[in-house]
Design a protein. Structure first.
Length: 413
């Protein structure tokens, strides 16, 4: 195993700092006392070391981050022209995306197996600790679920007391959802037992249920089945797969009977949304207040887009703030697609590693599918989700190719 030089160790530590900062988990214990200027200065040092340490980094970064940089420029130009709403609401998210795309461009193309392992282990430990702390706090104070998907400005106002640090929220729950396919690949490669898979599945589902992140709770079982069965490298329909498929069909038809039991056990907000889902099954139409409000918000973005398909409102507040894709279309028309495309670019570029492994390539496609679906109906530009989409999943793909495919210790350079 290669011994890292002092400069490489410093560079790696700064990379870990970026991961922990933007994962917004345990970093929340120290984050508030570190000035923003210091955080960005450390990012600047990381970029400087990347530029001096790898002659190809700049070109790769320009190619990878170019679309997001162009879109961020559009949002800033809109602000300069008096349409500041989109930039004020989402500008910093795309700044974070530019930082994360730099981390991807360096470690995906040039990171050693040792560096990738260290980054990924630190990330997983951070997520695991935050998930456990969140679950314990939710057991003790169920009302905390009210603020997990709420903006920081409204959290204390809603609860009336200081929010414990180290809690996960909306971003953490969707991070667990996005990680499911790549974790399923790893468990299949390690030939983990069905019991281990079910235990992990149950732990995540319990957390999502307690957190009341309804869509993540509903989608996770579906994605789990897709990842563990349809995502395998071979497609032989064994008796166990046929049995599982039959079980899924039965579950779908049994949902109208199962949902009332879940509604009884759920807290108010989750129960309300599950009731809307039950009503949709029973009446075959959309009538719930939450669902109708979402539709109205989507319509605002679509109306703005159709009024001016080329550049939308150019950043004015004529978007619904409930869909990354539709908000981009409403605010910047087809030009807004550049920003969305830029966020998906790492998952596209990672195909150079996954195409030789049918199982891993299937996981990549499933991940793209679920992220795109969520981007249509929800915001996916929180720093935790951006980190998972643009850095963590691509680096897992690279690491797994090194571990299970090409047995080398170094990156491409």
């Amino acid at each position: 195993m290669k011994t890292l030089t002092f400069a490489e160790k410093l560079h790696l530590c700064l990379g870990v700092h970026i991961v922990l900062w933007l994962n917004a988990g345990n970093y929340s214990y120290v984050g508030p006392i570190i000035p923003s200027a210091v955080k960005f200065a450390l990012v600047g040092i990381w970029f400087a070391l990347s530029l001096f340490g790898n002659k190809r980094f700049f070109a790769r970064y320009v190619v990878t981050a170019g679309p997001v940089a162009f879109f961020l420029f559009l949002t800033f130009l809109g602000k300069m022209l008096g349409n500041s709403s989109y930039f004020d609401q989402y500008g910093m998210n795309f700044v974070y995306a530019l930082i994360l795309l730099g981390v991807f461009a360096y470690y995906f193309y040039s990171g050693s197996k040792q560096e990738l392992r260290f980054l990924l282990v630190v990330f997983l430990l951070d997520v695991l600790i935050v998930a456990l702390v969140t679950y314990v706090n939710l057991l003790q104070r169920p009302d905390l679920a009210r603020i997990l998907s709420t903006s920081a400005a409204n959290k204390q106002e809603l609860l009336g007391y200081a929010i414990p640090r180290g809690l996960g929220g909306y971003g953490m729950c969707y991070t667990l959802l996005f990680l499911q396919p790549i974790m399923a690949y790893w468990l299949n490669k390690k030939k983990a037992s069905v019991l281990v898979k079910l235990m992990l599945f149950g732990a995540v589902v319990l957390l999502l249920f307690r957190a009341q992140i309804t869509l993540a709770f509903v989608l996770y079982p579906v994605l789990w089945i897709l990842s563990h069965e349809l995502g395998k490298g071979n497609y032989v329909w064994t008796a166990s797969r046929l049995l599982l498929f039959a079980g899924v069909v039965v579950l779908v038809f049994a949902l109208p009977s199962v949902l009332p039991r879940l509604i009884e056990a759920a807290d108010y907000h989750l129960a309300e949304r599950l009731q809307e889902l039950l009503d949709m099954f029973q009446t075959q139409n959309i009538s719930g207040a939450d669902t109708l409000s979402r539709v109205r918000l989507y319509q605002i973005s679509l109306d703005s887009f159709f009024a001016n398909p080329l550049w939308g409102s150019f950043g004015a507040k004529t978007y619904g703030s409930h869909s990354t894709l539709l908000d981009c279309l409403g605010a910047f028309g087809v030009l807004g697609l550049v920003g969305v495309f830029g966020l998906f670019l790492p998952l596209r570029q990672v195909r150079t590693e996954t195409k030789a492994d049918r199982g891993l390539e299937k996981m990549r496609k499933i991940t793209i599918g679920i992220v795109f679906f969520l981007s249509v109906i929800n915001p996916v530009t929180g720093s935790e989700m951006l980190l998972t989409i643009t850095v963590i999943i691509p680096l897992f793909c690279k690491y797994f190719r090194m571990e299970f495919g090409e047995n080398n210790e170094s990156g491409s350079d």
